[in-house]
Design a protein around this ligand. Structure first.
Ligand code: PLP
Length: 393
């Protein structure tokens, strides 16, 4: 008997943030303590969803009323709340199983093989792999040394097969926040070419100083814009798996129709969890202040400790919980994978190779998460420092 045959598109599916966990588990079995700086899950550390969110979910489950299939496009009260916040009509809101599902829906609705969905480099891995799975052609736009999108590069790279432009703000993996003026320019560029913009704003409340500008507030009113957000990051509840897409601008009816079909086909999103997001959106945001203070401090510590070592450099993160650091590989490491795996084997520190986010392997990038409490983070970072210093001897 032969082995089951797998379709070729599956070869494109990889998610290095989780794939690398298998390697860490092997190392852990060998007796080494693992420092988990790979995954953006705040609940592994000292971050929890606000209490009123947990209460709302418990309430929704109390008499079993919300244990059936929810309406496919989302709980109506939640859709109304999102519509109000986003400034769109109820029909233009689609609740999804995390923003991840929304992103996958968009790739399948907007792209045929040979098309491109323009994205930043580096980009969140789901965008990179989803594009490959639907037969998309790579079309990355550059970012400057502070990881701000280069609008001229974007302009140069738009072509007749560009189906949308993705802006991830605040950004994963870099922790950068895009200035209002740049967002305005991007909005104008997309409107001028009549290309939809996808604004992934899943970290928009996690900015350490000042505020994040949402693309909907600066893009021309007629621009085609898809905003994506959810419960995972701003409300520290990734396990809830609730996200949404909101469609702005003119001429979006075909996409609303496609998303209606897609959400119908997948049946529904956990009903009780949707009441959690409703409570989160309606409730107090007081929980954010102490959590942002922790994140800012930890991000600052990571930035300082990495830049102390000659051979590592990293831009100070302004939001979220990630930094994208560059290592001078020299002749010590062949590529980012060799660096990250060597670091793991020798020190137990787990981070993610930059090439998982579309960077070139030889550039030597890695993404680190700064969610652990300071003492833990400090311990992990001093191991990174020692590892690099030892290699330089
Ligand atoms: C930029 C970005 N977009 C989307 C997602 C997916 O979020 P969700 O948990 O809502 O599926 C993530 C998760 O890490 C992310 O970093």
């Amino acid at each position: 008997m032969g082995k089951v045959r797998i379709a070729s598109k599956i070869a494109h599916l990889s998610y290095a943030i989780r794939d690398i966990v298998a390697a860490a588990q092997r190392v852990e079995k060998g007796g080494k303590k693992i420092h988990w700086l790979n995954i953006g899950d705040p609940n592994r550390f000292d971050f929890r969803p606000p209490q009123h969110v947990l209460e709302a979910i418990k309430d929704a489950l109390k008499d079993g009323k919300y244990t059936g299939y929810a309406p496919s496009q989302g709980e109506p009260l939640l859709r109304e709340e999102i519509a109000k916040k986003e400034g769109v009509s109820f029909e233009n809101v689609f609740v999804t199983n995390g923003l991840s599902e929304g992103i996958t829906f968009l790739f399948s609705a907007l792209m045929d093989a040979g098309d491109n969905l323009m994205m930043p480099i580096p980009a969140y891995p789901l965008y990179v792999t989803d594009s490959k799975v639907v037969g998309g052609v790579e079309n990355y736009y550059a970012c400057d040394k502070n990881w701000i999108p280069d609008v001229d590069d974007m302009r140069r790279k738009i072509n007749s097969k560009t189906r949308a432009i993705v802006v991830i703000n605040p950004n994963n993996p870099t922790g950068s926040v895009c200035p209002k003026s740049v967002l305005r320019e991007i909005g104008e560029l997309a409107a001028q070419h009549d290309i939809p913009l996808i604004a992934d704003e899943i970290y928009d409340r996690l900015v350490f100083d000042g505020e994040c500008t949402n693309l909907r507030d600066v893009a021309p009113k007629d621009a085609k814009l898809i905003s994506g957000n959810g419960m995972s990051k701003n409300y520290f509840y990734p396990g809830a798996r609730v996200g949404y897409l909101a469609l702005h601008g003119e001429g979006m009816e075909p996409l609303a129709e496609a998303l209606t079909k897609q959400t119908n086909a997948r049946l529904s999103v956990n009903w009780e969890m949707q009441f959690g997001l409703l409570a989160a959106m309606r409730g107090s945001m007081d929980y954010l202040k102490p959590n942002l203070a922790k994140l800012k401090k930890r991000g600052g510590l990571l930035h300082k400790m990495l830049n102390e070592v000659q051979g590592i450099s990293c831009v100070k993160p302004k939001a979220a919980f990630y930094a994208f650091a560059k290592v001078e590989l020299g002749d010590k490491w062949k590529d980012d994978f060799a660096f990250v795996h060597g670091l793991l084997e020798e020190t137990g520190v787990l981070c993610v190779p930059g090439s998982a986010f579309g960077a070139k392997k030889e550039e030597g990038y890695m993404r680190l998460v700064f969610l652990p409490p300071e003492e833990e983070l400090q311990e992990a970072l001093s191991l990174v420092q020692k590892y690099v210093l030892k290699a330089q001897k």
